[in-house]
Design a protein around this ligand. Sequence first.
Ligand code: GBP
Ligand code: ZN
Length: 268
Amino acid sequence: MKVKVISVLEDNYMYLVIDEQSKEAIAIDPAVPHRLLEIVSREGVRLTALLTTHHHWDHARGNDALVKELPELRVYGGDDRIPGLTDKVTHGQELKFNAINVRCLFTPCHTSGHMCYFTWEDDCTDSPAVFTGDTLFIGGCGRFFEGTVEQMYHNLTEVLGTLPLDTKIFCGHEYTIKNLKFASLVEPENEKARDDDDKPTVPSTLLEEFEYNPFLRLSEESVQKFTGKTDPIEVLRVLRKEKDNFKKPKERVLPHAMLALEWGLLRP
Ligand code: GBP
Ligand code: ZN
């Protein structure tokens, strides 16, 4: 199983997953059809299915054009708002595309019909992979547009957090640098939360995420201290609220500098 990572639009990822034996492939969130088709033909593979994580246009808007081009395509997803949907999937449902196995994981909250897709290959020693759309990012998580903190807690701890630790994480957006800036604000003492530019983008692994992603570290004392809460759901609620407001890190520093000036601690 080979995963081609394709950067599109401002900061989205779409993915082409290839079964090298059969030369058949499936795509995850193919938002820019002509880019996908270019790669499909360059790789010499046959595209058989689209897996859509959620209905947002920057993930799902390519479906119609692809189905027009390749009318046999199956379109999987968990939300009726997904264009071209042919197969609505449910939690735990397993799909098979030659040697590629997919388990659908229902993770509502970013949108009410969000699905993640856990994949592994038959008779293969490779690590499994999970396509997390806008539920889990490298170093962060998705906004709660259509769901509750309780749902995201369940998604992060029970659904994604219990996958094998070596599972590769392929997410829907490249937000890593900004997420790690927030992570090092939450846990300044956590070496792993540093916002070095050479930090991995996709894929990371679940084990790595447990080391620096504050949204998967709700029981850590440092994260509890930052949020002023101990109940993990409350910790998550505060973390998400802080991240929603975490726009321009410099603005957070500025008021302190102004105060220091006022107090005569700094020379203008
Ligand atoms: C930033 O802060 O860098 N660019 C901004 C954030 C996923 S995309 C943009 C943002 O809010 N991104 C969404 C998110 O969940 N971010 C996690 C975070 O900020 O921590 N989207 O494109 C977003 O889902 C969208 C599309 C949203 C259609 C609503 C509709 Br309707
Ligand atoms: Zn989204």
